[in-house]
Design a protein around this ligand. Sequence first.
Ligand SMILES: Cc1ncc(COP(=O)(O)O)c(C=O)c1O
Length: 344
Amino acid sequence: MTTFERAPLNYAELPFGYQKTDINVRYIWRNGSWDAGTETDSEFLPLPIAAPALHYGQALFEGLKVYTTKDDRALLFRAEQNARRMQHSAEMLSMQAPPEELFLEAVERVVRANRRFLPPYGEGATLYVRPLLLGSGAQIGVAPAEEYVFMVLVTPVGPYFKNGFSSTKLVIEDEIVRAMPGGIGTAKAGGNYAAGMRATVKAKKGGFGEALYLDSTKRFIDELGAGNFFGIREGKRYITPASPSILHSITNDSLQTLASDLGYIVEKRPVPVGELFDFVETAACGTAAVITPVESITYKGETITYLKDGQPGPHCTELYNALTALQTGDAPDSYGWTHEVNIN
Ligand SMILES: Cc1ncc(COP(=O)(O)O)c(C=O)c1O
């Protein structure tokens, strides 16, 4: 039973956007250790004007969701994977990451403090959790920061792509390269997203939902600006790019396991652009995108259409149902992927 009153929001209509909640928490790393963290209702973060986060892009983040169950419990999904990915990103940017326990403690602390913003089960909304790590010491030389801020905020959100589980049209970006081997494409670095905005703006101007990036040789599919990519071939084959320049998606990783359970043959390997013609369905996947089926992909003026009337296909539907049932506690969690946050 819920022991709190929900914030009066129109949860079914929420966009994927920011909205102020009650509390966020900040931890400071100084002189070799993290402090105990401070809870605040302020939406502002004091930073020295010479902080490396501002000048040299020592800034990275994570993104995960809290799912509400039918009986009003709050579930995190594989949050320890986000903690580990933040550590990987921090290593790539020579930053100090919070230990896994601190990351998880911070997430639970903020979720609990904002429990009245947990969307009710079945409204298509979730509580989005955004951990952020910044190089915050004051310096002007190009060098790793000597102080760091790790903060966590939450905000209730609707689906990332409008209309939830419905399709989107992609265009292959053949000029702008998002990342390359040896670069920081595997890190959730703010700079990767700034670099991708040009391609997204261009895609939207052309009437598409998002851009799909190729690898730096322009021969293989990499991923989208905010999600991994997979395609389904005849014979129940789930195919997703292996690439040294994409983010390791926790959703994609989970889908590979679930697909295998559902009888798919899972292939994680380089995906040549020409293979797009061989797929019967394609999709974007990620925490925000969940599974977003792709209606069509356009490349150099040619369009491959996957979906009739934009309706999700049977494979994406099957995978979507399996994933979301597990995340919301509707299906048994045989992998121990969900973790309940005590909100009462
Ligand atoms: C570039 C990029 N790739 C992939 C993903 C998917 O990762 P995850 O499934 O862990 O959310 C994201 C974030 O959602 C992303 O920003």
